[in-house]
Design a protein around this ligand. Sequence first.
Ligand code: HEM
Ligand code: HEM
Length: 197
Amino acid sequence: MTTANTATKTATSYHPLLRWIHWATAILFIAATLIGFYCGLQQPGTSPRRELLEVHKSLGLTLFFLAILRLWVRAATKVPPEPGSSSPLVLAAARLNHWTLYFILFLMPITGYLASAAGGYSLRYFWTFSWPRLVDKNQALAHFAITAHDVVAYLVYAAVGLHVAATFWHILVKKDETLSRMWPSAPAAGSIGDRQG
Ligand code: HEM
Ligand code: HEM
C-alpha cells in the first residue's frame, strides 16, 4: 500500500498541502505588506489609498484563514527532521524565526481587523460581501489596534527579510537541502493524520 510505505519513510520535506499554502502565503503576504506600506504613506481618505486598503484588508483576512488551515495541516502531518548540516545555534534561530512568522500571520490580521471594525470602517471582501463587525465602534480600541498593527509591521519587515536572506544563504553558501524541504515538487511526506516518523 502506497500510504503505508510512505508512512514508514522518514519525511525529507513538508506535506504537499503545507508547501502549497506556504508559497500562496508568501505571495499574498508580500503583496499585502507592499500595499499596506504604500497606504501608510498616503493621507487618510484619499484615492487610491481607500481602494487599495480594501484589497489590503481582503488579502489580510485571506492570510488569516490560510494560517489556521496551515497550522492544522502542520499538526496533522509529519514535519521533516531539522537539517543535520546546521549548528544548534542556527537551528534555534531558524525555529525562532519560523514561530515569529506564525505569530505575525495571526497578529497582523487580528490587529488590522480590530482597527477597521472598531473604527467603523467597511470590510468588503474583494468587492463581494461585507464581513460582520464583531466589535462595536470604539475609537480607543481602534487607535490601540492600528498602533499595534503599525509597530508589528517593523517586526514583519525584519522577520521576513531575515527569512528570505536565510533561504538565499542556504541556497548560495551552504548549498544544502533547505529549499527542497519546502519546494512544491519535492517528494511527498505522508498523508493527513500520519504523524509517525
Ligand atoms: C498578514 C496580514 C497583514 C499584513 C502583513 C499587514 C501589513 C501592513 C503594513 C506593513 C502596513 C503599513 C504600516 C505603516 O507603515 O503604517 C499596514 C497598514 C494597514 N493595514 Fe494591514 N496588514 C495585514 C492585515 C490587515 C487586515 C486584515 C486589516 C483590516 C481588516 C488591515 C488594515 C490595515 C490598515 C487600515 C492600514 C493603514 C494603517 C495606517 O494608515 O496607519 N491589515 N498593514
Ligand atoms: C520569497 C519568500 C520566501 C521564501 C524564499 C521562503 C522560503 C522558505 C523555506 C525554504 C522554508 C523551509 C525552511 C526549513 O525547512 O527549515 C520556509 C519555511 C517557512 N516559511 Fe518561508 N519563505 C518565504 C516567505 C515566507 C513568508 C512571507 C512567510 C510568512 C509570513 C513564511 C513563513 C514560513 C514559515 C512559518 C516556515 C516554517 C514552516 C514550518 O515549520 O511549518 N515564509 N520558507
